[in-house]
Design a protein around this ligand. Structure first.
Ligand code: CP
Ligand code: NVA
Length: 302
């Protein structure tokens, strides 16, 4: 079954989905293409943007969404993921899942007869990366010759950004302390894409190197959902990587600031940056809805 668990799954169609999101945003797509369709949404972790944008997105496309907290599902009491996948496949047209473990989403997809869309795991956040690229395209008009620097923890959001920027022909750098580098396998795949597209990926603990000639400065929380036990250590290690006005001044003068949200002001980013003139974080959040609708259209339309 055609699923979206990783940006790698849409390697050939990334640009198509971003263009579709742009068309949907500007009202160029028919009104209710998903009439009669139902999406099951399984959440093992908290969410504001992903939950609301999928729910509203399905409604606006003529379908409906069912919110399923893993605490309320029998899966939370030990029913196998494989049985859950087979049963849901008899009721609904697609499954969106936000899971603790990426392997559980792979398992769900393996036993589903319907598309499975990841709404974040410990490894990737593909829907976020698509919305981010829509935001970058709107702002700069093109991806060519643009460079994104991800500052902080080389986490799930960073992993998906590495894959999508290299596919779209952008340069990307990651500024992170030693021990907080992005996933090695993802980095290897992204480097392969970057080679094919003649772009560059740099992973370094040196902020000055990473921020050279950067158009987009991106950060995310230091303590992702599931990392709470390491909170104190993470806050100590990542402190030098706070995105503040001094760090922003190392990027190009017209650089934008991005963050997937939720943000913690005073930790990974200061208020003057996230609430300042270079920040596009609320356009980015709005674009989750338009990108989600493109993803739903792509996977669920007959
Ligand atoms: N960016 C993002 O996925 O936000 P939520 O956790 O609120 O869904
Ligand atoms: N890296 C964060 C992203 C939240 C949208 C987390 O996984 O908690």
């Amino acid at each position: 079954m055609n699923c979206l668990l990783s940006i790698c799954d849409i390697k050939e169609d990334v640009s198509y989905i971003i263009d579709l999101a742009n068309k949907i945003k500007s009202g160029e797509v028919e009104d209710t293409p998903l009439e009669g369709k139902t999406l099951a949404m399984i959440f093992q972790k908290s969410s504001t943007r992903t939950r609301v944008s999928f729910d509203v997105g399905m409604y606006q496309l003529g379908g409906r969404a069912i919110f399923l907290s893993s605490n309320d599902l029998q899966m939370g009491r030990g029913e196998p993921i494989s049985d859950t996948a087979k049963v849901l496949s008899r009721f609904v047209d697609g499954i969106m899942i936000r899971a603790i473990e990426h392997d559980d989403v792979i398992e769900l997809a393996k036993y589903s007869d319907i598309p499975v869309i990841s709404g974040l795991t410990n490894l990737e956040h593909p829907c976020q990366a698509l919305a981010d690229m829509l935001t970058i395209k709107e702002h700069f008009g093109d991806f060519k010759d643009k460079k994104l620097c991800f500052v902080g923890d080389g986490n799930n959001v960073c992993n998906s950004l590495l894959l999508i920027t290299s596919l779209l022909g952008m340069d990307m750098s990651v500024a992170c302390p030693k021990g907080y580098e992005p996933n090695k396998e993802i980095l290897k795949i992204a480097e392969g894409y970057a080679d094919e597209n003649s772009t560059e990926i740099t992973v370094t603990d040196d902020i000055n190197i990473a921020l050279n000639d950067v158009d987009i400065v991106y950060t995310d929380v230091w303590v992702s959902m599931g990392d709470e036990a390491q909170k104190t250590q993470r806050e100590m290690d990542l402190k030098p990587y706070q995105v503040n006005s001094e760090l922003m001044s190392l990027a190009n003068e017209d650089a934008i600031f991005m963050h997937c949200l939720p943000a913690i002001r005073g930790q990974e980013v200061t208020s003057d940056v996230i609430d300042g003139p270079h920040s596009v974080v609320f356009d980015e959040a709005e674009n989750r809805l338009h990108a989600q609708k493109a993803i739903l259209y792509y996977y669920l339309k007959d």
